[in-house]
Design a protein around this ligand. Structure first.
Ligand code: BGC
Length: 404
């Protein structure tokens, strides 16, 4: 099947990161001290199913890293679960610290450059109860958590992202308040507006943690920003610009002083004059949004127009599909658009496909499958999809295979 798609040749540098990504709560299982676990067990009508054991990556990470390295990848992005490390305010679990130290070291041993996120969607339940990012002292608490995980990062993390997708945080707050409209917003409808104070509190927390990482490690420090390919019909320009300015631009501007910015792109958003996002052609819709791989190249160009010379890493890009041939086509086309952007001078240092393993897709549960690797929900046995082999071989052909 995948043999029918020839291996394209890209002009990326030899040390380009060819990897895949996950986030703790979406694959580890049993993150019982997180705000999401609480939400999943609150009878909330917006949650399709609880995360439960997820892919049991918490226990099976060595097997998963073995697979990624054997495929030919040279990088793995994952997140540390703050709620495991600090399940109650000020109570640090040394076992959790040790766990993540072994994971970072385990990446390095296998030739996988670790890209580590400090906070990916979930917050400790105690932090959420205290008011989340809006609470008094939130930035200090986040910086203190960053300080706590320095020994983890110093096992060899080369790229560290503080907050994942700050633009989604107001939506998260709405979900946790029980706002049903928030679910629709996540997948296409109007997003809850972030107030200036909300945006400012996220930027302050990011900078506080970034400075801790910079002072205490040799890693590149930044954050990862969701970035749609914003398009518009002639009369939709104002709406498109307003949307970009509200949900994406402030976080990109804040990255101008960072060591890198993570760009996360899945699709495009096309605006009409009424400020609505137009649906894609019916036969080109995925389970969630429009299938439009070329959005990636446009997204990194858009990022560069705001961050200037700050290096970019594509920290997420992928497609929810059960048709694995479609996944190969998606990666191929997305990478072609990325390669063209690189040829035009956009400084992109890596591509981390979302996701390494089929994941808990938040409110949508386990329905949409983004993974290169699948798993059985009872035995947790892994199945390597043909797209994983195709992508791994592509990576191998472009990089020095780093697997020892
Ligand atoms: C998030 C991931 C999520 C992915 C696909 C990103 O917004 O960082 O956690 O699974 O998109 O929806």
């Amino acid at each position: 099947m995948t043999e029918q798609i020839p291996f394209p040749s890209f002009s990326v540098p030899e040390d380009f990161l060819w990897g895949a990504a996950t986030a703790a709560h979406q694959v580890e299982g049993n993150n019982v001290s997180s705000d999401w676990w609480a939400l999943e067990h609150s009878n909330s009508p917006v949650i399709a199913e609880p995360s439960g054991d997820a892919a049991d990556h918490f226990n099976r990470w060595p097997e998963d890293l073995d697979i990624l390295a054997s495929l030919g990848l040279n990088s793995y992005r994952f997140s540390l679960e703050w709620s495991r490390i600090e399940p109650e305010r000020g109570a640090v679990s040394m076992a959790a610290i040790d766990h993540y130290k072994r994971m970072v070291a385990g990446c390095v041993e296998r030739g996988l450059t670790p890209v580590v996120t400090l906070q990916h969607v979930t917050l400790p339940a105690w932090f959420r109860r205290a008011g989340g990012w809006q609470a008094d002292g939130a930035a200090e608490l986040f910086a203190s958590y960053a300080e706590t995980v320095l020994p983890v990062l110093n096992e060899g993390a080369e790229w560290v992202a503080t907050i994942n997708e700050p633009g989604l945080q107001p939506l998260m707050s709405a979900l946790h308040r029980g706002d049903q409209a928030a679910l629709n917003a996540w997948h296409g409808g109007p997003m809850p507006l972030a107030s200036d104070t909300e945006i400012e509190s996220l930027i302050t927390a990011h900078r506080a943690a970034r400075d801790v990482v910079r002072a205490g490690t040799d890693a590149h420090a930044g954050w990862t920003v969701v970035l749609h390919d914003v398009q518009h019909e002639e009369e939709g320009r104002a709406a498109a610009e307003e949307w970009f300015e509200t949900f994406e631009a402030p976080y990109l501007r804040a990255a101008r002083d960072d060591d890198f910015v993570g760009v996360q792109n899945y699709t495009r958003s096309r605006f009409n004059s009424a400020g609505e996002v137009l649906p894609g052609p019916e036969d080109r819709m995925t389970a969630i949004w429009e299938y439009y791989p070329e959005a990636l190249g446009n997204a990194v160009r858009l990022a560069k127009s705001v961050v200037g010379d700050v290096p970019i890493v594509v920290t997420e890009n992928g497609v929810p599909t059960d048709d694995d041939t479609e996944r190969v086509e998606f990666i191929n086309r997305a990478l072609r658009s990325l390669d063209a952007a690189i040829a035009d001078g956009v400084d992109v240092r890596g591509y981390l496909h979302w996701s390494a393993i089929d994941n808990f897709e938040w409110a949508l549960g386990y329905g949409p499958r983004f993974g290169l690797i699948g798993f059985d929900h009872t035995t947790f046995a892994r199945s390597i999809k043909p797209s994983a082999r195709w992508y791994g071989e592509l990576a191998r052909r472009h990089s020095l295979a780093l697997t020892p």
